[in-house]
Design a protein around this ligand. Structure first.
Ligand code: PLP
Length: 469
């Protein structure tokens, strides 16, 4: 390259030779550069990405107030596991566990409740799953019965972590299909899949695919009768990734938690409706007896005796500070206010979208601040577009609103989803709805079907449907 020399501290960032070279992709650069240039190169790499708060696809927190952000930034160098240097962080984490256990109506007495933190619900689900598997194995061993064919029962509306869990621990995953009529886990169908090898049933509070809640109270009742009749001890792990921070504030009378007899453990995402930046998850057990000893590891780390339950070792501590800050800052009332607003805005969007001729909501109720909808059946027959086309149009105005096909058994159904989180106001919802209306108006002007529509028709034709355009 002509006329370039090594950048110095006085080189203008965009006058530097680095800005004229492709960013490193395979090998480490030979020479250092200034922090300003390095900063811009990394920052610019992310420039084209959506504004986080216009991303209605994610469940993960994209807004925290300035004090929370400051607190977490100041803690960016803290390693959670280093309890010699940061003993108070572990104390704060156990306070958060106590607070959650009490929010979820734990029966456990004593000053410290049994739980653990993870990078997200995924790690928390794994820990809940492993504990159920080890408890089951111990019972089988004690009874002199084989313990080589464990299985787990849940709805096909599960999040991918459960597939991972079953794959990694070699547990058979028994899925109860969802149908157009049965939109959440059917307790009766779940029981039909249970047997002596079932380590636990996993209902979901806040199904990722639909936003609905499995009926955990009904499941607990069915399971109670089944366990009584068979002599089994099949427990429940509740995957409350979203619901764990919604139900206690929005619907405290709903029984889904430790008030139910067979609920042995509950997991949630601190970084979803716990309102903390990623990554933070929590799992709480009913009491100490539900957490197998084999899951606690005591190590002497840098001079402190650390007893740890978790898949990770080192991890950032900032999220724990963020969670504890939120509990103090918001209190029960504050969490209620934030979640209520999200719920109201979700219900408002749900109603406006349901009122549009071309759309049909998947469910008439909104029980978490998210919902899915599809093209109305009649409209879909003659439309020249699909929800994937609308997704692409909305992206042009910065919104990320995902379209996807539903799980096995109803996979021919395409839906669109929005998750309303802290940071989305009613005014922003109106902007989104306007953009959806404009997008639909534009798509309705199409003379010819879009590529994604043709692809969909080709699939439908395989099922004997006929289209004329
Ligand atoms: C998001 C989610 C998970 C995974 O949680 P992460 O916090 O992203 O690891 C698990 N289960 C359900 C129901 C979820 O919605």
């Amino acid at each position: 390259m002509t006329n370039t020399k090594h950048s110095t501290a006085t080189t203008a960032v965009y006058g530097s030779e680095e800005m004229m070279r492709p960013a490193p992709t395979m090998t480490i650069p030979e020479h250092p550069t200034t922090p300003e240039i390095a900063y811009r190169m990394v920052k610019d790499e992310t420039y084209a990405e959506t504004q986080p708060r216009l991303n209605l696809a994610t469940f993960v927190t994209t807004y925290m107030d300035e004090y929370a952000t400051r607190l977490m930034n100041e803690a960016v160098s803290m390693n959670y596991i280093d309890q010699t240097e940061y003993p108070r962080v572990a104390v704060m984490a156990s306070r958060c566990i106590n607070i959650l256990a009490n929010l979820w109506n734990t029966p456990e007495k004593g000053e410290s409740k049994t739980g653990a933190l993870g990078i997200g619900s995924s790690e928390a689900c794994m820990l809940g799953g492993v504990s159920a598997w080890l408890r089951w194995r111990k019972l089988r061993q004690a009874a002199g019965k084989p313990y080589d064919k464990p299985n787990l029962v849940m709805s096909a509306g599960m999040q991918v972590v459960w597939e991972k869990f079953c794959q990694l621990w070699q547990i058979e995953l028994r899925q109860v299909p969802l149908t157009r009529e049965q939109r959440t886990l059917s307790p009766k169908e779940a029981i039909k899949l249970c047997d002596e090898n079932t380590i636990c049933v996993v209902p979901i509070a806040g199904v990722t695919w639909t936003g609905l809640n499995d009926d955990i109270e009904a499941l607990d009742k069915e399971l109670d009768a089944f366990n009584k009749a068979t002599g089994y001890d099949i427990p429940i792990h509740v995957d409350a990734a979203s619901g764990g921070f919604i139900l206690p504030f929005i619907s405290p009378e709903t029984k889904w938690d430790f008030r139910l007899k067979w609920v042995a453990s509950i997991s949630t995402s601190g970084h979803k409706f716990g309102l903390v930046y990623p990554g933070l998850g929590w799992v709480v057990w009913r009491d100490k007896s539900m957490l197998p000893d084999e899951m606690s590891f005591s190590v002497n780390y840098l001079g402190a005796e650390v007893t740890q339950v978790g898949l990770n070792f080192s991890r950032p501590a900032a999220q724990v500070l963020g969670q504890y800050y939120n509990f103090i800052r918001l209190g029960r009332e504050g969490y209620h206010d934030v979640q209520r607003n999200s719920m109201e805005i979700a219900r408002y969007c749900h109603q406006r979208i349901g009122d549009m001729e071309c759309f049909e909501n998947y469910s008439s109720e909104v029980v978490n601040p998210l919902f899915v909808w599809s093209l109305a059946e009649e409209y879909e027959k003659r439309a020249k577009w699909t929800l994937y086309d609308l997704q692409a149009l909305l992206q042009q105005s910065g919104w990320m609103v995902p379209a996807y096909s539903m799980p096995k058994n109803i996979e021919d159904m395409t839906v669109m989803r929005i998750v309303i989180r802290q940071g989305m106001s009613r005014d922003m919802a109106d902007m989104l709805l306007k953009d959806i209306e404009n997008g639909v108006a534009e798509l309705e002007k199409l003379k010819y079907p879009t590529t994604s529509r043709l692809k969909w028709e080709a699939q439908e034709k395989q099922h004997g449907k006929v289209f004329t355009h």
